[in-house]
Design a protein around this ligand. Structure first.
Ligand SMILES: Cc1cc2nc3c(=O)[nH]c(=O)nc-3n(C[C@H](O)[C@H](O)[C@H](O)COP(=O)(O)O)c2cc1C
Length: 149
């Protein structure tokens, strides 16, 4: 099986981190939390993933900065993962565009809902309570497993 590195950013409830950890527990995937001080050599990886919560309709800005600065991305198959509070909507577009500008081929994208108590949602007990859940974890692992075949 191929090997992947998954860079992730998760600052609200650790929703994205939970998904990333489930993936890394089941598959040959190394996790790197953003921001990361240690340089990562991508040469040892067949696949590169970026995971983030959605903040103001976008991937976290530190993820974009990190990807901009990352050497060795050109030509690497990459995948994106996000968790978001909203029940619908596609939020990976701007980050995918950044990757494409760096010469990346997007191998796949995945997302699920994540518990959200930002702003007024706190007053109603939050959105997407209990997410990500078992089904989300299984779906995320299956998604990355397919890419690693
Ligand atoms: C500052 C902030 C802004 C957010 N903006 C959005 C948004 O625009 N759309 C959305 O669906 N969820 C939004 N959310 C909810 C998060 O995307 C959701 O809770 C996500 O699972 C957080 O991931 P994390 O726990 O890994 O940080 C926002 C949360 C915060 C804290």
């Amino acid at each position: 099986m191929k090997k992947a590195v998954l860079f992730y950013y998760s600052i609200h409830h650790g929703n994205t981190e939970k998904v990333a950890e489930e993936i890394a527990n089941k598959l040959p995937v190394d996790l790197v939390r953003i921001p990361s001080k240690d340089p990562v050599n991508l040469e040892g990886y067949d696949l590169v993933g970026f995971a983030s919560g959605i903040y103001m309709s976008e991937f976290g800005k530190p993820v974009s900065h990190f990807a901009e600065e990352l050497d060795g991305l050109a030509g690497k198959p990459c995948f994106t993962i996000y968790t978001c509070g909203a029940p619908a909507g596609e939020f990976s577009g701007p980050f995918a565009e950044l990757l494409k500008r760096k010469g990346v081929q997007i191998a796949g994208k995945w997302h699920c809902r994540g518990f959200d108590t930002y702003g007024p949602f706190k007053l109603i007990g939050g959105l997407a309570k209990g997410r990500p859940d078992k089904a989300d974890f299984e779906s995320a692992v299956a998604f990355v497993e397919e890419l690693l075949k």
